[in-house]
Design a binder for this molecule. Structure first.
Ligand code: ZN
Ligand code: FE
Length: 255
């Protein structure tokens, strides 16, 4: 299967993603931040939207949908539990559901925490997971609705995916996330070299997503709350992983 994925910067610092199957000519969009930059790519490529996959209800992930629906007539897919606050859905999904988009088998993972009802889309055949504001590059979403004891298990589900899964998250936050992460683990060599590589990408105006899950596991503080080296670095060796996660999430909120 020949698949092309295009990362589209939207709004101030959002990313949307187009997935295109060059054989079937189907095209799926992950989140609809704003229509214009997405339409520009569709026009330039000569693609028509067949599916739109929504991760959660926040405006910066859905507000572009009405205008895109004027252009094409995609099937819209989102969490059934959030149907009341998402645009009208053609397919309501939940944790563990499987469907196909662009001919790609896709698994739904409930990753509540940032919002309750946030979902991620995992596509093992193309080694990709679209995680939006749950697991993010060097970070995780702020807990606007959920609690640490929701978010930590959500992140653990994502961490259990294969190491070579590409993590596509929805914001260019790597600089501020890096500034925080390095205060926790100033001696983490993988983190130091990632920060250099990310700075280089941003200097060249290149997105710092996606990243392999293996890199997130080695450098993202929010995946490391049960790692002995991390726990020692933050001086919380006697606390549970959930307590460590909750503490660093709270610290990031005021960083
Ligand atoms: Zn959000
Ligand atoms: Fe967002």
């Amino acid at each position: 299967m020949a698949i092309e994925i295009v990362t589209i910067p939207c709004l101030q610092d959002n990313f949307c993603f187009l997935i295109h199957n060059t054989e079937s000519q189907q095209t799926a969009l992950i989140d609809a931040s704003e229509a214009a930059p997405i339409q520009a790519v569709l026009d330039a490529k000569g693609w028509t939207l067949t599916d739109v996959l929504l991760t959660h209800h926040h405006w910066d992930h859905i507000d572009g949908l009405p205008a895109l629906r004027d252009r094409d007539t995609p099937r819209v897919i989102g969490a059934g539990v959030d149907a009341h606050r998402l645009p009208p859905l053609d397919l309501e999904v939940a944790e563990g559901d499987h469907f196909e988009t662009c001919g790609i088998p896709t698994q739904v993972i409930d990753v509540s925490g940032h919002t309750i009802g946030h979902i991620a889309f995992y596509m093992p055949q193309i080694k990709a997971a679209f995680t939006a504001d749950s697991l993010m590059a060097l970070g995780c979403g702020r807990l606007t609705e959920g609690t640490p004891d929701m978010m930590w298990p959500s992140l653990m589900k994502l961490r259990a995916l294969p190491d070579d899964t590409a993590i596509y998250s929805a914001h260019e936050y790597s600089a501020s996330n890096a500034a925080f992460a390095i205060t926790l683990e100033p001696k983490n060599a993988a983190l130091i070299s990632r920060i250099d590589a990310d700075a280089d990408s941003r200097a060249k105006n290149k997105p710092t997503v996606p990243n392999p899950l293996s890199l997130e596991k080695a450098t993202n503080p929010f995946l490391r709350a049960d790692d002995p080296a991390f726990r020692a670095a933050v001086d919380m060796e006697t606390h549970t992983p959930l307590e460590v996660f909750a503490a660093i999430r709270a610290r990031k909120d005021v960083f």
